[in-house]
Structure formats: C-alpha cells, structure tokens
Design a protein around this ligand. Sequence first.
Ligand SMILES: [Zn+2]
Length: 102
Amino acid sequence: MKKQCANCGHTINENDAICPVCGKDRDSEGYKHPQKNKFIALIGIVVFASLAFYLVSQIVSFVEEANKPKEFKDLTNKEMQQFLEWDANEQQKKHENEKFFK
Ligand SMILES: [Zn+2]
C-alpha cells in the first residue's frame, strides 16, 4: 500500500520507515502505529492465553470425568450386567488359581 510523505508529499511505500526524497520519518501515523500494534498484540496474547487456558481446563475436566469411577447408582442396567459378569469372572479366576490343598 502506498502512502504520502507528510513532509514533501512524495509517494512512499507503507514499509518505508523514512521518505526516500526528503529523508524525513514517515507521516505522523508512523509514530502511532507501533503503540497501536503493541496494544493489538497485547489483546491478541490475552485472548490467545485465555482461549488456551479455557481449552486446557476443558480437556482436563473431560479427562477427569472420563477417569472418574462411576458410582453404582449411576450405572445403567447394561453396565451393571457387565460389572456383575466381570466380577463373577474375576471370582472364578481367583477360585481357579487357588491352591487345591489348603
Ligand atoms: Zn518526503
């Protein structure tokens, strides 16, 4: 994007820090931009940090929820059936592995 030098009116590139004709620093906006950019960058960092924090806390609570053992009162019939089968299986294995002569 092209800009005009505030001093001599020569058309200069947006990226040029000084005017190639008169050598003056770019227009007065050139002095405001760094502050504005810093402010935007700061907001960006804050937004990104809170988003990252939110995401991490969501993941942590999801993992905690997934790892939390279910209470018996929350089990569905199917889950209770599966638990009973698993428990019977464990009891059976335990029984099979016991010494015959006690
Ligand atoms: Zn100039």
